[in-house]
Ligand binder design. Structure first.
Ligand SMILES: *Cc1c(COP(=O)(O)O)cnc(C)c1O
Length: 458
């Protein structure tokens, strides 16, 4: 390997001494030394040591159009020269912000007509918690205050986001969840389905929502929030029976349906949004990640006409907003990003060409002795590493085998994420057939190496 132009030991020492990393065991990292990523192109990233890695995780579920898009660089530079910043408070805004609101609502289901801009998905969910309570309150129903989420759901890391989510490790840090937020069980058939068929199990889990609404009293329940497909929780794709039943229950009790599209939005499932994939009509959709392919931070909350109408007519002055709500440069980049998705028919390709090919190849991994289940929708999937396939049993030391497989993959030049013992897949939506072949070959090799190591342990 050629000498690196980066002084890696110095950078790692500075990092260990001054940088606290998110979602990381910082003591362990300080000993090991961080991996410094230095450049990227298409579906590949390079680290400071010069290793080329196939990024099968699209950064963090977000680089939908791939790396190195000069159109996005130019859109940002153009907007920065003309107007680098202005706010959307006090009856002002900027042209790209207006155009982005129009464009994303035109792509969303018909009932969705308004967008409120944020800097991230977490901020979007914080906005939502306040807005749903405000929505009911201004209609003289302030007791409609409670929000129901799901265990192992992920809605971001701010106080409201982490409370709406159902991650025990997150709730433990900082005294969460905050009051008025409740959780039901997730539609995770592989772990909890037992002898039920996936569809029977999906119905059973959906009906937990009705039980929880009745337990709390429908007059006190403002909304239900869920990801179409759970991402951070381990790419859990609900059985087909699940979402229609959830929607029916929400309508029956006039509980607002919040579908968290932060990962599924902008093409991940081969449809523009996860709610299109499952054919449901949410009242509210938070989006982020793929909206700008991660090139700049931006998120949004998309509201139905019913909600936006009430907020406008009865809401008075909205006592809520962020300095960077509708940031013109972020909006310009998001606009161009969506235009690339449209111009290059990327979402259609995931739906009808590269997606079906990836699905076929990915599902074949289920034949590997280490794989308990392979699942995938569009360009988002997982393989569940399990010691006993028919019984869908887990390893006794959850997380160890997954981490082993992730490390083998890295050594093989492949970035996959491990959550517990699930290997998660979420590649850039521009991945080609040849790159899919490379992905599958490297995954297979990593599984073989992990399987050998697992057998050697026992
Ligand atoms: C990533 C994510 C969020 C949080 O978005 P940030 O931009 O990290 O704040 C919210 N919801 C879902 C489903 C996510 O995957």
């Amino acid at each position: 390997m050629t000498a690196s132009r980066f002084d890696i030991p110095t950078l790692q020492r500075m990092d260990a001494e001054h940088h606290l990393h998110p979602f990381c065991d910082n003591a362990a990292l300080a000993k090991q030394g961080t991996r410094i990523i230095t450049r990227a192109e298409g579906v590949y990233v390079w680290d400071a040591e010069g290793n080329k890695l196939l990024d099968a995780f699209a950064g963090l579920w977000c680089v939908n159009v791939g790396y190195g898009r000069q159109e996005l660089v130019e859109a940002a530079a153009r907007q920065m020269r003309e107007l680098p910043y202005y706010n959307s408070f006090f009856q002002c805004t900027s042209q790209p912000t207006i155009e982005l609101a129009e464009l994303i609502t035109s792509l969303a289901p018909d009932n969705i007509t308004h967008a409120f801009f944020t800097g991230s998905g977490s901020e979007a969910n914080d906005t939502i918690l306040r807005m749903v309570r405000h929505f009911w309150s201004v209609q003289d129903r302030p007791e409609k205050f409670n929000v129901i989420g799901r265990y192992n759901g992920y809605h971001g890391s701010t106080v409201a986001g982490a409370s709406l989510g159902g991650m025990p490790a997150m709730h433990k840090q900082g005294g969460l969840p905050i009051p008025g937020i409740y959780h039901i069980n997730q539609p995770y058939w592989f772990e909890y389905g037992g002898d039920l068929s996936p569809d029977d199990f999906g119905l059973q889990r959906a009906r937990e929502l009705e039980e929880k609404i009745l337990e709390l009293d429908p007059e006190t329940v403002a909304a239900f929030i869920a990801e179409p497909i759970q991402g951070a929780g381990g790419v859990i794709i609900p059985p087909a029976s699940y979402w229609p039943e959830i929607q029916r229950i929400c309508r029956k009790y006039d509980v607002l349906l919040i579908v968290d599209e932060v990962i599924c939005g902008f093409g991940r499932t081969g449809k523009w949004f996860g709610c299109d994939f499952f054919d449901i009509q949410p009242d509210i959709m938070p989006v982020a990640k793929g909206i700008s392919s991660g090139y700049l931070p931006i998120g949004a909350v998309m509201f139905s006409e019913r909600i936006a109408g009430v907020l406008k007519e009865k809401g008075g002055e909205l006592a809520h907003g962020y300095t960077y709500s509708g940031h013109p440069v972020c909006a310009a980049v998001a606009l161009e990003n969506i235009r690339i998705l449209q111009r290059e028919h990327i979402v259609e390709s995931v739906d009808t060409d590269t997606g079906p090919y990836l699905q076929k190849r990915w599902l074949q991994l289920a034949e590997h002795p280490l794989v308990g289940e392979a699942r995938i929708a569009g360009f988002i999937g997982a393989i569940e590493l399990a010691p006993n396939k028919p019984e869908r049993r887990f390893f006794a030391d959850p997380g160890t085998v997954g981490a082993m497989c992730r490390d083998f993959a890295l050594a093989n030049g492949l970035i996959l994420r491990a959550t517990r013992d699930s290997m998660l897949l979420s590649p850039p939506l521009v991945m080609t057939h040849a790159q899919i072949d490379e992905l599958i070959e490297k995954t297979h090799k990593s599984l073989d190496q992990t399987w050998d190591a697992v057998k050697a342990r026992t």
